[in-house]
Design a protein. Structure first.
Length: 223
C-alpha cells in the first residue's frame, strides 16, 4: 500500500505536534512536512509532493485562504482540507470556493480527521449537505444577487443532463446515488462530473455544489 502523503500547516507548534502525534501512527499515512505559515507552503509542496495538505485558515502572515488559492491554481495541486475552530465561517466558505476539498474542526476526534484525510485523498469532499447549507446561508448576505447573476451565466454552459448531474452533486448525492436517480451508469456520472468541472473551470465537487447554490438551482429543484 502506498501511504497518503500529508503536509501539516498551522502557526501553533502545539497544534502541529498534536496532529503529528495522533496521525503519525497510521499505517496508510505519512507526514512529509510541516509549515508554520502559508508563505512556506508552495516551497514545501514542491519539495515533499504531498497528496493532501491539512491547512489552518488563520495564520499571521499568509493565511490559509491565500495559500489555498495559490496551491489550487497550480498544475497537479494537492487536495486541501481546511482546519478551523468555527462551523460557519465566511473564510471557510471562501477557502472552499478557492478549491479546498472540505474542512474539519480543530476539536474533531483524531479518527474523524484521519477519515477526512483518507476521503479527500480518494477524491471525495469532506462536507455534508447540512454543513454546506449552513455555510452558504452564513455568507449569503448582500452579495447574493451579484453571485447569482454570475453563477447563472456560468451554468448556462451546461447541457440539460450536465445540469441535472450538477444539481444532484449540489444536493450531496454520491455518484452511485446520482446514477440511480438519473438512470445512468456510475461511469457515465463520473464522465459528466469531469465535463462539468472542465466546462466551469472548477476544481472539485464542493465547488460544483457552491455554484449550483449561487445559481439558485437547488431552490428551483425544491431543496
Amino acid at each position: 500500500m502506498i501511504p497518503i502523503r500529508l503536509l501539516l500547516v498551522d502557526d501553533d507548534p502545539l497544534v502541529r505536534a498534536g496532529l503529528s502525534f495522533m496521525m503519525g501512527g497510521a499505517d496508510d499515512l505519512e507526514i512529509v512536512g510541516e509549515a508554520a505559515d502559508g508563505s512556506e507552503v508552495e516551497e514545501l509542496v514542491d519539495r515533499t509532493r504531498p497528496d493532501v495538505v491539512l491547512m489552518d485558515i488563520r495564520m499571521p502572515n499568509v493565511d490559509g485562504l491565500a495559500a489555498t488559492e495559490r496551491l489550487r491554481n497550480r498544475k497537479d495541486a494537492p487536495q486541501v482540507v481546511v482546519l478551523t475552530t468555527f462551523h460557519a465561517d465566511e473564510q471557510v466558505l471562501r477557502a472552499l470556493r478557492a478549491g479546498a476539498a472540505g474542512f474539519v474542526l480543530k476539536d474533531t476526534p483524531p479518527a474523524e480527521i484521519l477519515a477526512a484525510v483518507r476521503r479527500v485523498a480518494a477524491g471525495d469532499p469532506v462536507l455534508s449537505p447540512t454543513v454546506t447549507r449552513q455555510l452558504m446561508e452564513h455568507a449569503a448576505g448582500a452579495t447574493l444577487d451579484t453571485r447569482r447573476t454570475s453563477a447563472r451565466t456560468r451554468v448556462a454552459a451546461l447541457n440539460d443532463r450536465e445540469r441535472e448531474v450538477a444539481v444532484s452533486v449540489g444536493q450531496g448525492c454520491s455518484n452511485a446515488e446520482i446514477a440511480a436517480r438519473l438512470f445512468m451508469s456510475v461511469a457515465t456520472v463520473k464522465t459528466h462530473v469531469s465535463r462539468i468541472l472542465a466546462k466551469l473551470d472548477l476544481n472539485n465537487r464542493v465547488q460544483i455544489a457552491l455554484l449550483t447554490y449561487d445559481a439558485g438551482l437547488l431552490e428551483e429543484d425544491g431543496h
